[in-house]
Design a protein around this ligand. Structure first.
Ligand code: CMP
Length: 144
């Protein structure tokens, strides 16, 4: 099991509903360490770059609107197998299908408003950390 970093976005609907502490608390209680944290508003250009792989999906414009409509909280989380641990805690993409006990299963009801984005692989986590935190976190050794 390797110590690795992952990347999450706590989406505008969660910030609006004052669920940031609840969501970050779940990751912290699991034992993951917060290595980066930032409140920002994602520009349309950055949202389109981040979700470029969904460009041809029918829900693309709805997705861009949903992620840019208000402030988000960006976080880098570190721990053993953090990418898959975080995705387990977050739950299935569709909140209707997400298991009770997961963030989406407990706190969300419909797409695209599923509360949290979580990187889907260690390689994408690195790309997303660089995209959203840039030089302020890249290159920081794990465990430091
Ligand atoms: P996320 O994990 O951020 O990755 C892509 C996002 O697209 C996903 O969460 C949802 O917010 C959104 N999404 C995925 N599938 C659908 C869908 N069928 N309809 C609307 N939005 C979707």
């Amino acid at each position: 099991m390797a110590v690795e970093q992952t990347f999450i976005i706590i989406k505008p609907e969660a910030v609006e509903r004052r669920l940031v502490g609840e969501i970050l608390g779940r990751f912290e209680r699991k034992g993951l360490e917060i290595k980066g944290l930032r409140v920002t508003k994602i520009s349309e250009d950055l949202a389109k770059e981040h979700y470029a792989h969904h460009e041809n999906k029918p829900f693309f414009s709805q997705l861009i609107e949903a992620i840019t409509r208000g402030p988000v909280v960006l976080a880098v989380l570190e721990g053993n197998d953090s990418v898959s641990q975080v995705r387990t805690l977050v739950g299935a993409t569709d909140p209707v299908k997400a298991a009770p006990g997961t963030i989406r299963g407990d706190l969300a009801v419909r797409l695209p408003y599923n509360m949290v984005h979580a990187a889907d692989s260690p390689a994408n986590a690195l790309i997303e950390i660089e995209r959203f935190f840039g030089s302020c976190l890249s290159g920081m050794p794990k465990g430091s």
